[in-house]
Design a protein around this ligand. Structure first.
Ligand code: K1U
Ligand code: ZN
Length: 169
């Protein structure tokens, strides 16, 4: 297993639209293991392949308290979302240290393949629903800060570029 580097906002590669996973083969299984290890090490509850510069439709999530119950979604598709929406506090491993409120659907139903390539239908609410919507946005090249005001986004961009410059110095 390997830790993968996570792209940081405003890296333009975060805006790449991911392509479908063609087959759940050995390469994808290795990528799944590496993404789970990377997510756990970074203390995240989710990670999209886009964030590790792989532009295929794959996400991993683990919202369990023991951090031992990963959910793997390959080629996920939201087939139903509730009309009820709420604001939720979000963070992102690609935008470290920034947390803000984003409106998301309360409940979603998602069709996807699991890590074995088996088709699944998942109904999610609460933090899982928020995390699925956040990660699926990554696969469309969308970062959560794009839901914030242009002024907030500009400040976040400046802050990220400054900390990246300082980390390089
Ligand atoms: O996509 C990512 O970068 C992972 C992200 C997932 C996420 C967290 C919170 C709401 C929506 C999506 C994170 O794991 S950020 C770090 C984190 O562990 C966290 C932050 C806020 C609330 C709960 C967890
Ligand atoms: Zn994120």
């Amino acid at each position: 297993m390997a830790l993968l580097p996570i792209l940081c906002y405003p890296d333009p590669k975060l805006h790449t639209v991911a392509k479908p996973v063609a087959a759940v083969d050995a390469r994808i299984k290795t990528l799944i293991s590496d993404m789970i290890e990377t997510m756990l090490e970074a203390k995240g509850i989710g990670l999209a392949a886009t964030q590790v510069d792989v532009h295929e439709r794959l996400i991993v999530i683990d919202i369990s308290e023991q951090r031992d119950d990963p959910l793997v979604l390959i080629n996920p598709r939201i087939v139903w979302s509730s009309p009820e929406k709420h604001q939720n506090e979000e963070g992102c491993l690609s935008v470290p240290g920034i947390y803000d409120s984003v409106e998301r659907c309360d409940t979603v139903k998602v069709e996807a393949q699991d890590g074995h390539g088996t088709a699944r239908l998942i109904e999610a609410d609460g933090l899982l629903a928020v995390c699925i919507q956040h990660e699926m946005d990554h696969l469309l090249g969308r970062v959560f800060v794009e839901y914030l005001s242009p002024l907030k986004r500009k400040r976040i961009k400046t802050k990220m570029l400054k900390s990246q410059r300082e980390a390089r110095a």
